[in-house]
Ligand binder design. Structure first.
Ligand SMILES: [Zn+2]
Length: 388
């Protein structure tokens, strides 16, 4: 009898303990990052060491790998608004739509909002502006991705603990003052910002672009960088995160570099996102049974591939590291010449419907294998958040 009572007590204690165990979710979205973006990066890193093959990034070594279909409700080829909405809410919608259904009759709830309602702290981080399509899909509801002003108004309304990025595109002069005074946000600026207060909006310094933090290939000492943003955000969100935290981190400029067919910038941006993943991985190592890291993309951009007409069976991927600035700095001709010489090809300056990769490690990571729809990804994450 005594033994039975003891085991019941132990069972109850372990159930309670498990129920209280916080969850830490890192959801990385490489905007436009298809398989070739990842592979070209790894091939360039190997070639730089004189090797043929691929030097693995952190996230390609994750134990679970799958691929996702990215089509949206009205097109085989999606855009970041519909794809962001799918990755945020688990529902397909029409091109250009943020956090609403296809005919804009209904708002859709994102997993970030669900996580917040479950008591997790929530952070939305991006290397572009906070009102851009991918981050916006996690907190806003708009019929068009270009309603930047309205999207910015959703930011305090949804009220996540932390928003970080280069800035906001179309806000009134007193926007930051107003969200500080009326919505409890502390607005901090620049690389060395200290994240403090109850809720934080973290943007670049005045005078720097509000549209994007500097591309990794062009970065200067005093520019914000995604890895540091993740590091500082973990410290901030984890301070009193009794139930844990949910963080969405977007590498937003892989897509932009791919739209311009700028292979060198794609490589630098992909490495940059991987550096941010490395920070999350360090955290995972401390809490391996409570942490989930998912790395995926919203769609492929550029129809990028390894191998091009000019080089045939030969490649010189290390040449990508000789481009000493983004295409905007060195010029289109030079960047295109380097692509051709390196053996990187593009079929498009737009998005494609190609599969995107999904990598996962940690609690529940086994769900992320095989072929899935992009809408499955947030559903799986939600199941993991809700479990126990
Ligand atoms: Zn794009």
């Amino acid at each position: 009898m005594k033994k039975l009572t003891l085991s019941i007590v132990l069972l109850f204690a372990s159930v309670t303990l498990f129920a209280q165990s916080p969850k830490y979710i890192f959801y990385f979205i490489g905007d436009g990052m298809g398989f070739a973006h990842v592979q070209t990066t790894e091939a360039a890193l190997a070639a730089r060491e004189g090797k043929i093959g691929f030097n693995a990034l952190n996230f390609t070594q994750f134990p679970y790998v799958g691929m996702a279909q990215t089509y949206c409700s009205n097109s085989l080829i999606t855009d970041s608004a519909a794809a962001g909405t799918a990755l945020a809410t688990g529902e397909k919608t029409s091109s250009g739509t943020i956090g609403m259904n296809a005919d804009h009759s209904q708002d859709l709830e994102s997993i970030a909002v669900k996580a917040k309602n479950e008591g997790l702290k929530v952070g939305v981080l991006t290397s572009v502006s906070i009102d851009h399509a991918t981050p916006a899909a996690f907190y806003a509801h708009q019929s068009s991705r270009s309603h930047y002003k309205e999207i910015a108004n959703w930011l305090p309304k949804t009220g996540f603990d932390l928003y970080a990025g280069s800035g906001l595109l179309k806000i009134s002069d007193n926007y930051y003052d107003s969200i500080s005074k009326h919505c409890g946000y502390t607005v901090v600026r620049g690389k060395d910002a200290k994240l403090r207060g109850k809720k934080v909006v973290w943007v670049e310094k005045e005078g720097k672009s509000s549209g994007n933090i500097a591309l990794a290939i062009d970065r200067k000492e005093d520019d914000m960088a995604l890895a540091e943003m993740v590091e500082r955000s973990i410290e901030y969100l984890n301070k009193d995160a009794k139930k844990g935290f949910f963080m969405m981190i977007e590498g937003g400029q892989i897509d932009w570099a791919a739209h311009s067919n700028d292979a060198a910038s794609i490589v630098y941006e992909t490495i940059d996102m991987d550096n941010a993943v490395a920070v999350a991985l360090e955290f995972y190592k401390k809490y391996p049974t409570q942490t989930l890291i998912v790395v995926t993309a919203d769609h492929e951009t550029g129809g990028m591939t390894l191998g091009a007409d000019k080089t045939g069976y030969g490649t010189k991927m290390d040449l990508l590291f000789t481009q000493d600035g983004s295409q905007g700095v060195v010029g289109k001709d030079k960047s295109k010449a380097i692509n051709a010489e390196a053996g990187v090809g593009f079929t498009s300056g737009s998005h494609t419907a190609a599969f995107v990769p999904v990598f996962a490690i940690g609690v529940g990571a086994e769900k992320f294998s095989g072929v899935m729809n992009n809408t499955d990804i947030p559903k799986f994450i939600q199941e993991i958040i809700e479990k126990q």
